[in-house]
Design a protein around this ligand. Structure first.
Ligand code: HEC
Length: 193
C-alpha cells in the first residue's frame, strides 16, 4: 500500500512538472506578438496606393502643376491615412522636396545604406529594428517609377516648364529632381508603439 501511494505521488509530481512545463511555453507566439513586418508591408503598400491613385486622378483631371499644389496641401494627410495613435508613418529622403520630410540621423544612415546597396546592384529589402523596447521601427526603400519622372526626373528632359515653375513656387528649396527610374527616392519609416 505504502508502495502504491509512493508511486501515485511520483506520478502526480511528474504530471505536475509536465503540466507546469507546458504552461510556461508560449502558447501561440503568432497570436501574441504582432507580425510587424507584415503590418509594415501592408501599410506602406496601401499608403503608396492611396498617394499614387490620388495623384494620378489629379494629374488626369487638372494636369501636373495642379497636382503639385494638391501634393503640397494633401501629401501629409494622405500619408497619414493608415496612421493611428500607436502607428506613425513618415516618408523621408536624402533630397527632400518638402523640408519637413528631412531625415533624422538614423534615417539618413539607413537611406545611405540603401543608396550604396543600390549602387552595388544588391536587392533592397525592408527590415525591422527595435531601439527602445516598446517601439518597433519598419523601414522600406521608396523607388522611382516611370510615373514619378514628370515631377522628380531630369528638369531639362522629364519635367515640363509649367510643372517646374509650380514646384519652385511651392518649394523654393526643392532638392527632389534629377532622378532616374529605379533610383532610391526615399524611405518609408513606420513606427509601432
Ligand atoms: C505631380 C507631381 C508628382 C509626382 C508625379 C510624384 N511626386 Fe513625389 N512629391 C511631389 C511633391 C509636390 C512632393 C512634396 C509633398 C509634400 O509637400 O509633402 C513630393 C514628395 C515626395 C516624397 C517625400 C519626400 C520629399 O521629397 O518631400 C517622396 C518619397 C516622393 N515624393 C516619391 C514619389 C514617387 C515614388 C513618385 C512616383 C510613384 C512620385 N513621388 C510622384 C510631387 C510629385
Amino acid at each position: 500500500m505504502r508502495n502504491l501511494i509512493y508511486h501515485i505521488s511520483i506520478l502526480a509530481m511528474i504530471s505536475m512538472i509536465l503540466g507546469c512545463k507546458s504552461t510556461t511555453q508560449p502558447e501561440n507566439v503568432a497570436d501574441v506578438v504582432p507580425d510587424y513586418m507584415a503590418m509594415g508591408d501592408s501599410i506602406s503598400k496601401k499608403t503608396f496606393e492611396a498617394l499614387s491613385e490620388a495623384l494620378k486622378a489629379k494629374i488626369a483631371a487638372e494636369g501636373f502643376p495642379a497636382a503639385i499644389s494638391y501634393c503640397n496641401t494633401e501629401a501629409k494627410t494622405l500619408t497619414d491615412t493608415y496612421a493611428s495613435g500607436s502607428i506613425t508613418i513618415k516618408r523621408t529622403s536624402l533630397k527632400p522636396r518638402n523640408p519637413s520630410n528631412e531625415p533624422d540621423e538614423m534615417e539618413k544612415k539607413i537611406l545611405e545604406n540603401y543608396q550604396s546597396a543600390k549602387e552595388n546592384g544588391d536587392t533592397l529589402t525592408p527590415f525591422l529594428k527595435t531601439y527602445v523596447s516598446e517601439y518597433t521601427h519598419y523601414f522600406k526603400p521608396i523607388l522611382l517609377q516611370p510615373m514619378c519622372m514628370g515631377c522628380h526626373g531630369d528638369p531639362q528632359k522629364d519635367i515640363a516648364t509649367e510643372t517646374l515653375k509650380a514646384i519652385k513656387e511651392k518649394y523654393p528649396n526643392d532638392k527632389a529632381t534629377g532622378y532616374k527610374t529605379g533610383d532610391v527616392r526615399g524611405l518609408w519609416h513606420i513606427t509601432f508603439k
